[in-house]
Design a protein around this ligand. Sequence first.
Ligand code: AMP
Ligand code: ZN
Length: 115
Amino acid sequence: MTADPDCLFCKIIAGAIPAQIVHDGERTFAFRDIHPQAPLHVLVVPRDHAPNAAATAESDATVFAEIALTARAIAAAEGYDDYRLVFNTGPGAGQTVFHTHAHVLAGGPLPMSAG
Ligand code: AMP
Ligand code: ZN
């Protein structure tokens, strides 16, 4: 497992910073966004640190697929068949945390951006 000691989401995964955890898997992890933009707003992340979605897909495409499947399972468990996945890449697109994360949004008028 690779972790970046300065990364907020690595610290959440390690349990060093508290979060409302909704999924604790072997390769993926998920917790509620601290500033929710919709009734369901969860962040799904790979346990391994990588800076963005493409970097995760490049290092292991199966983990990237698992993020999509984890997102669907979380939405379904919370009663949502329909949801939006957002991956911001780069500050110009609104990325503020440089550990790959999928925003899972559901339950109302959904923003096109999140974060
Ligand atoms: P992004 O802007 O796409 O990089 O998304 C980062 C997201 O992380 C934002 O939606 C923040 O609200 C969220 N966030 C920041 N700090 C925390 C935290 N400690 N716990 C949960 N979510 C957080
Ligand atoms: Zn990280």
